[in-house]
Design a protein around this ligand. Structure first.
Ligand SMILES: [Zn+2]
Length: 417
């Protein structure tokens, strides 16, 4: 078995002998059991010497953890520690999949007709101790019931399964949305991105509508980000899934009953597309920056693409401004509702200010581009820094008096009276 896996995961020709000597093979095999609503996970490690010394992860929803080598399961601290045999071995566990979100539908599901979940739901994020310089060569395999197919964020490899890549990390685990079942899939190349829209065949999802909206808007979104991903996978499904949209690495879930553009002019799909293309994280208390940019630009690209008239776009912003009036906080907590509306209003004011004060026609686009290029977690400091570069001073739109709850998070120059 181990020999077969080694042959199957052999080094690609571009990998040097020296690189190959420090690679260990990790193959995750997911076996959905629809009747039990359970996914069985087998993680197989193959290494020529002791490269991966130890792996540890939160137990989370994993049960029946078993395998070769030394396994310690510390339920008190919610931690599994695995010391694999020198040449590798397997670790297996099971996860009961259905997971309710806010009592209004599921964000992970499996039954006899389809499965929809994130790889992170069944493969807990782990940390490793390795020989210096060692890196994983990770694969994902799916053992599906007869008649089922799968869509993931990854490209299927010619050897079967999926090669899981990451340019930055030495230890890579599968991530993103996974859809299983009797699926209908439509693919297009849009603005240099390979886009897939998938849904169970009988779920009434509007795949071509979604591709049409993305054909209008994705070129505008791609201009905003320094490094758009090569692939974008959208999975849609109806009930009993949660009636909203959720983003994960290079992939999005959206309930198939959601309109592409709501009556108030906003778009759940484009909001989540913004999250995926930004692929940004925020400092604690600064979730409003991520939600605000996603919402602001989901509206803005609809206007720029001609999908919303300028009048309708202004009406949408006016509605958000009304809602923002009820916000008691901008910084702090998970941003939603009025807090995100206030973030959008703040960004609209900041954009106007940059356009008025900058020579050369700069805008908030440049600030977002700079923030993403900085490769740092989003914070008010970072926003202030890049916005001030175009305005020549600290922006009035970010005066601390206009940002409830942000006083202790702003740079010193704006907190002084
Ligand atoms: Zn969001």
């Amino acid at each position: 078995m181990a020999a077969a896996i080694l042959a199957g995961c052999g080094a690609p020709t571009s990998e040097s002998a020296a690189q190959s000597a420090t690679r260990y093979d990790l193959t995750y095999t997911l076996t959905p059991l629809p009747r039990e609503q359970v996914v069985e996970v087998e993680m197989e490690l193959v290494q020529s010497r002791r490269l991966l010394r130890e792996m540890s992860f939160a137990i989370g929803r994993a049960v029946e953890i078993d395998g070769e080598g030394e396994i310690s399961v510390d339920t008190g601290n919610d931690r599994v520690r695995w010391t694999p045999p020198e040449s590798g071995g397997t670790l297996t566990w099971r996860v009961e999949l259905p997971h309710a979100r806010n009592g209004s539908g599921y964000d992970a599901w499996l039954d006899a007709s389809f499965g929809l979940f994130r790889a992170e739901d069944v493969i807990p994020r782990a940390s490793t101790r390795t020989l210096r310089g060692a890196a994983s060569r990770t694969r994902l395999r799916l053992e599906l019931p007869a008649g089922w197919s799968a869509v993931t964020q990854y490209q299927r490899s010619s050897r079967g399964g999926y090669r899981v890549r990451s340019d930055e990390r030495r230890f890579v685990q599968p991530s993103g949305w996974i859809l299983l079942g009797d699926l209908g899939v439509r693919r297009d190349d849009i603005a240099g991105i390979r886009v897939a829209v998938a849904a169970p065949a009988d779920h009434d999802a509007r795949r071509i509508d979604m591709l049409a909206l993305l054909n209008w808007t994705l070129p505008e979104i791609v201009r905003l980000v320094p490094e758009p991903p090569p692939r974008l996978t959208i999975v849609a499904a109806g009930d009993p899934m949660w009636r909203g949209g959720l983003s994960a690495p290079s992939s999005i879930f959206v309930h198939s009953g959601r309109p592409l553009i709501s009556e108030n002019g906003t778009s759940t799909l484009l909001h989540e597309v913004m999250h995926v293309l930004m692929s940004a994280r925020a400092e604690p208390g600064h979730d409003w920056l991520l939600e605000g940019f996603a919402e602001y630009y989901s509206l803005e690209v609809l206007r720029r693409s001609g999908s919303l008239t300028p009048v309708r776009h202004s009406q949408a912003l006016a509605q958000l401004e009304n809602w923002a009036g009820t916000a008691t906080l901008l910084c702090g907590g998970e941003s939603s509702g009025s807090q995100t509306a206030l973030a959008v209003v703040t960004f609209a004011a900041l954009d106007r200010e940059i356009r008025e004060h900058s020579t050369g026609g700069h805008s908030l686009d440049d600030v977002l581009h700079d923030m993403l290029g900085a490769d740092a977690a989003f914070s008010l400091d970072l926003l202030m820094h890049f916005a001030a570069e175009y305005i020549g001073e600290n922006p009035d739109a970010l005066h601390i008096g206009k940002l409830p709850g942000c006083r202790n998070m702003a740079p010193a120059s704006t907190t002084s009276p």
